[in-house]
Design a binder for this molecule. Structure first.
Ligand SMILES: NC(=O)c1ccc[n+]([C@@H]2O[C@H](COP(=O)([O-])OP(=O)(O)OC[C@H]3O[C@@H](n4cnc5c(N)ncnc54)[C@H](OP(=O)(O)O)[C@@H]3O)[C@@H](O)[C@H]2O)c1
Length: 373
């Protein structure tokens, strides 16, 4: 039995992981999990899986729980698992990610914000042999393609659906209401990532995620629109040929693939070799990304080595502004402009590049955003 620690068990990825743990209960044992505020859902998971211990950052969320040991220390769960699944949302996921790496636990990672905030620190661990199996669908697809094509790959392509506002006029987007933005055309996900999909910030994060996970330079990582979200990634090889990863838009597939590590079996439905990227684009009906519609995607052009806190500032201002957008305190246009404003104000911040300063800058920026609204 593989012992599983699941952080973010009550969320979208967490719940789909729970589905798989239920389906494969003779193979996996949920020994511990963490959640935020959803006590009711946490109690249901406790009743069904009987974990040894449950954590939440919020004491009041733990108080009503019955029939289990509880703690507010999320990090204390990590040593209990054979693998850890980090499905927390936002910057709260970073410390658990770093603790897993420190303890040399295989990490099945959905929390892309960890890599956005501390990519170079995480990459140091990967270079020394630490294991991260990505759960993000595009990166799961790339992980699978890289296993096959390895060092022959020169360029990575990830796809985006275009988000909820992809067919709205550019003028109407500025004042789009959260009810509209939260209606993702293809995926049923948590609120933050659904908003990030509409602004295309999610794809900015995913380009950075791929950069640090797989070691490709930013100008060799590209994004295309797939309106159906079936083509998750493509790779171009040094001879110009292109391979795609195609699967149903169902997060159970990449989660299952990660859970099976190291014996993961590919779920790619496409074994066709294309002569060029153009041929693949035309075959699948993919589209180029329109930078007028998605101006935030330009953030991927910054050389992160020149400004190591750049992605920390983007992540922090985005996280706080998305919170405000979901509380109707900032408009959709204000959310996008706000990120660029905070970036231009703080991107020259200088500090030693380490975990302590990343967390400090993250907190400072988030407080600044919340204070000024
Ligand atoms: N959803 C997807 O299909 C998908 C796809 C690819 C990647 N991802 C990535 O996966 C991660 C999770 O996304 P999601 O959509 O599953 O998010 P979600 O539905 O919002 O779930 C987030 C989870 O984190 C918990 N949480 C939030 N703040 C917490 C805190 N301060 N302390 C402890 N737990 C806390 C929540 O607990 P409560 O609900 O109990 O408050 C919930 O269990 C994100 O990084 C996202 O970008 C998601």
């Amino acid at each position: 039995m593989k012992k599983i620690v699941l952080l973010g068990a009550t969320g979208s990825i967490g719940s789909q992981t729970i589905d798989l743990l239920r389906e494969f209960k003779n193979e996996y044992q949920l020994v511990a999990f963490a959640f935020g505020h959803n006590t009711e859902k946490a109690q249901a998971i406790i009743n069904e899986f009987k974990p040894v211990i449950v954590a939440s950052s919020f004491k009041e969320a733990l108080a009503p729980l019955k029939d289990t040991k509880t703690t507010t220390d999320l990090l204390s769960l990590i040593s209990l698992g054979d693998v850890v699944i980090n499905a927390l949302v936002g910057s709260v996921g970073l410390k658990p990610t770093m603790e897993c790496l420190k303890q040399n636990k295989p990490l099945l990672l959905a929390n892309k914000e960890s890599l956005v905030m501390a990519g170079p620190l995480i990459k140091d661990y990967l270079d020394k042999g630490s294991i991260i199996v990505p759960i993000d669908s595009e990166h799961s697809a790339l992980y699978d393609l890289i296993k096959i094509h390895g060092s022959k790959i020169t360029d990575l392509y990830i796809t985006a659906s275009g988000g909820a506002l992809r067919d709205y006029s550019l003028e109407s987007i500025q004042d789009a209401k959260k009810e509209v933005v939260l209606k993702h055309p293809n995926w049923n996900m948590g609120a933050k990532i659904t908003v990030d999909s509409a602004t295309m910030m999610n794809k900015v994060f995913e380009v950075w995620e791929a950069h640090f996970l797989f070691g490709f330079e930013l100008n060799h990582i590209h994004a295309l629109i797939d309106r159906k979200s079936n083509v998750h990634a493509l790779v171009k090889l040094s001879d110009g040929s292109v391979y795609a990863h195609v699967a149903k838009n169902d997060m159970h597939l990449p989660i299952k693939y990660a859970l099976m590590y190291p014996e993961s079996t590919s779920y790619n439905e496409c074994n066709k070799c294309f002569k060029s990227v153009e041929e693949a684009i035309s075959y699948f009906g993919l589209e180029e990304l329109d930078l007028k519609r998605y101006p935030l995607f330009n953030l991927t052009k910054q050389d992160l080595k020149e400004k190591p806190f750049y992605s920390v500032i983007v992540n922090a201002s985005n996280e706080a502004l998305v919170k405000l957008f979901l509380q109707d305190q900032v408009s959709f246009g204000g959310l996008q402009d706000g990120i660029l404003n905070y970036l231009s104000k703080y991107q020259t911040i200088k500090a030693p590049y380490d975990l302590e300063h990343i967390l400090e800058i993250n907190q400072f920026i988030q407080e600044e955003v919340l204070k000024q609204c």
